[in-house]
Design a protein around this ligand. Structure first.
Ligand code: 2F8
Ligand code: CA
Length: 320
């Protein structure tokens, strides 16, 4: 066979493989029945064609498989992306909704914050006002407390005074009409020489006047008597004269021994109610004592010359 013929045969075989196959099968059969001894080149070429055909088929199948796999992978990827996109989209919507909700909440919170700030300022103002009121009330309470204590002290003083007056009333009732008219009563009857006449006498002349009434110059040997006489003197009208001419002789002197003061009843002085700096026995001539109208009822005495002229106080003992 020539090359041209061979090429034609090959082309034919490529285009009509079944026909060739059939032919070859019949030829093979012939060859089996009649062992080959001719056309060996042709058979070899046909075998090659067969091999080529098989390989092409395998490549096609392999390509188709790969293509199929790629398609499947592509589809899976697309599906996955779709699912993922859907999820992301839902998440986005959810987050958007949440974000607007959060914004709304935030605005609400800011509004609440401003309200609370305003309320807090009001509360602070009210608190400061309340503190002011409390301080004012505290001061008022302190004032009331001091006032109450003052009133309490006054009340106690009045109660004491009432007790004294009550006892004096008792004594007065008991001794009613036991002193002459114009005499004052305190355990004894006391007479104060009248201011109106302006009559003044020496210590001795004063004593004589007292004796005319069955009395003697007053013995003031207790604080009670001293306070009693001071109260009566402070109730009398004041005159414009010098203080040392406005006194009243009492029954006390230190004629026997200078500085040793004795009452007319012979008892020695134990508790004196001298003015500041007295007795001073001025120019060594002051041996008789007198009492004066002074602010302090317990510091009213002065020693003066016995011939000095003053008013006087008599004392007459009550009859038992
Ligand atoms: O200053 C006290 C003094 O005052 C008078 O003298 C200025 C009295 N004199 C008479 O009462 C007469 C003093 O006795 C007295 O000490
Ligand atoms: Ca004196």
């Amino acid at each position: 066979m020539t090359d041209v013929k061979m090429k034609d045969s090959v082309a034919y075989a490529e285009n009509n493989p079944e026909d060739i196959h059939n032919k070859l099968s019949s030829e093979d059969d012939n060859e089996l029945r009649h062992p080959p001894h001719r056309h060996s080149k042709t058979r070899h070429k046909v075998s090659m064609v067969r091999a080529i055909n098989g390989t092409s088929t395998q490549i096609y199948m392999l390509s188709a498989a790969i293509l199929g796999i790629l398609c499947a992978v592509l589809m899976a990827t697309i599906i996955g992306l779709c699912v993922s996109y859907k999820g992301l989209s839902e998440k986005h919507i959810f987050l958007s909704q949440n974000s607007s909700q959060e914004n709304s909440n935030l605005k609400q919170l800011i509004g609440n914050y401003h309200q609370l700030t305003a309320t807090l300022m009001k509360v602070q103002t009210n608190f400061q006002e309340a503190v002011g009121v409390k301080d004012s009330m505290q001061r008022e309470r302190d004032r009331d407390r001091l006032e109450k204590e003052h009133l309490q002290r006054q009340k106690e003083a009045l109660v004491n005074e009432e007790v004294k007056l009550q006892s004096r009333i008792t004594v007065l009732e008991k001794n009613c009409e036991r002193c002459p008219v114009g005499w004052e009563l305190l355990h004894s009857c006391y007479f104060f020489s009248p201011t109106e006449t302006g009559r003044k006498l020496s210590w001795h002349r004063s004593r004589e006047e007292c004796k005319k009434s069955g009395a003697d110059l007053a013995v003031i040997d207790s604080q009670e008597k001293q306070e009693f006489i001071s109260r009566i003197l402070n109730g009398k009208r004041t005159s414009r004269e010098s203080w040392f001419t406005a006194g009243y002789w009492i029954g006390l002197r230190d004629v026997e021994t200078e500085g040793v003061w004795k009452w007319l009843n012979g008892t020695e002085l134990t508790e004196g109610f001298w003015m500041e700096g007295e007795p001073n026995d001025q120019i060594s001539k002051e041996d008789c004592a007198a009492t004066f109208r002074k602010e302090n009822p317990l510091m009213t005495w002065n020693d003066a010359p016995c011939d000095h002229t003053l008013k006087w106080i008599c004392e007459r003992k009550l009859q038992p």
